[in-house]
Design a binder for this molecule. Structure first.
Ligand SMILES: NC(=O)c1ccc[n+]([C@@H]2O[C@H](COP(=O)([O-])OP(=O)(O)OC[C@H]3O[C@@H](n4cnc5c(N)ncnc54)[C@H](OP(=O)(O)O)[C@@H]3O)[C@@H](O)[C@H]2O)c1
Length: 275
């Protein structure tokens, strides 16, 4: 095969994964590489990205691996990643990086709140915008945005989960943003999914997100949770079936259908203006 045709067959075969230095992002990147995707690994911890890149190369999947060290709450870094996401070769964007910023709302440092919004909302939106525009141009591509089951359950009685209003709000944004975008792109060859894990065994609860978790080896928080590979399996299975909302652990999608029905009822009531 000539170099030129080898290059053209790689078009759209690169997956850009944010938050690839640990947890769900690292597991997802490994799975995509095993499926033959070239990868662009994005996070703040360079050493962790290098370790994963080496591992992917050693696993001999024959794919190319690139690391992109960036703090997604930094406008200049975000712009660099957005440029990369718009690349001709990007066929899959996993918008996974996220921080929790947990704490009593009125006591939280406003700078931390801003960072939660920057990483969980602004970066997700800006990167999706870059990638989707390029994918639409090429006529194919996949976007997976990682939200959380907390988008639905954060305020549920009898015990609303405490001290995570802003985090829950950002994940609510990701759910609404992705579902609405999926509706806009329905009928195009682009696949869009919002992945809504419940508690997952990662290092997520070891930091509020101001700074990365220290240490070269991946850690797991003490709260337990679903193994990352099950979350990735669920997402990939939902891409196969075309489900926009993926809740790992939910075997039957009836609750999602019911949610849609409830939303329809609310919309109709609002249209009627019933007091
Ligand atoms: N674990 C759970 O229970 C759970 C449940 C529902 C949803 N989620 C969601 O799942 C996603 C992945 O989380 P995880 O559980 O895998 O946690 P994790 O192991 O802490 O991974 C978070 C990833 O985001 C990256 N990240 C954080 N801040 C960043 C920044 N400013 N710039 C660039 N990258 C940044 C981290 O890398 P660096 O620190 O190296 O930058 C890390 O790779 C998040 O969106 C989270 O909200 C998690």
């Amino acid at each position: 095969m000539s170099t030129e045709s080898a290059e053209s067959t790689r078009q759209g075969r690169t997956a850009l994964v944010t938050g690839a230095s640990s947890g769900i992002g690292a597991a997802y990147a490994r799975r995509l590489a095993a499926r033959g995707w070239d990868t662009v690994l994005v996070a703040r911890r360079a050493q962790r990205l290098d370790d994963l890149a080496r591992r992917l190369r050693e696993e001999g999947t024959g794919t190319r691996v690139e690391t992109l060290v960036a703090d997604l709450s930094d406008p200049a870094d975000l712009a660099r990643v957005a440029d990369r996401a718009a690349g001709d070769d990007i066929g899959f964007l996993l918008n996974n990086a996220g921080i929790n910023g947990y704490g009593p709302f009125a006591d939280l440092d406003p700078a931390l709140l801003r960072k939660v919004l920057d990483v969980n909302v602004l970066a997700v939106t800006v990167l999706a915008r870059s990638a989707v525009a390029a994918m639409r141009e090429r006529g194919r591509g996949t976007l997976v945005n990682v939200a959380s089951q907390l988008a639905f359950a954060g305020s549920l009685p009898p015990g609303p989960l405490p001290e995570r209003a802003v985090y829950g709000g950002t994940k609510g944004y990701v759910v609404t943003f992705t579902r609405t975008l999926a509706a806009e792109l329905a009928g195009t060859p682009l696949h869009v999914q919002v992945l809504c894990p419940g508690l997952t065994a990662t290092e997520f609860h070891r930091s509020r997100g101001e700074e990365p978790v220290e240490g070269r080896e991946q850690q797991v928080h003490e709260d337990g949770g679903m193994p990352v590979h099950q979350v990735v399996d669920a997402s990939l299975a939902a891409l196969d079936t075309g489900d926009v909302v993926c809740v790992p652990g939910l075997r039957d999608t009836t609750p999602v259908d019911r949610l849609t029905e409830a939303e329809r009822t609310l919309r109709e009531a609002a249209r009627r203006g019933t007091p």
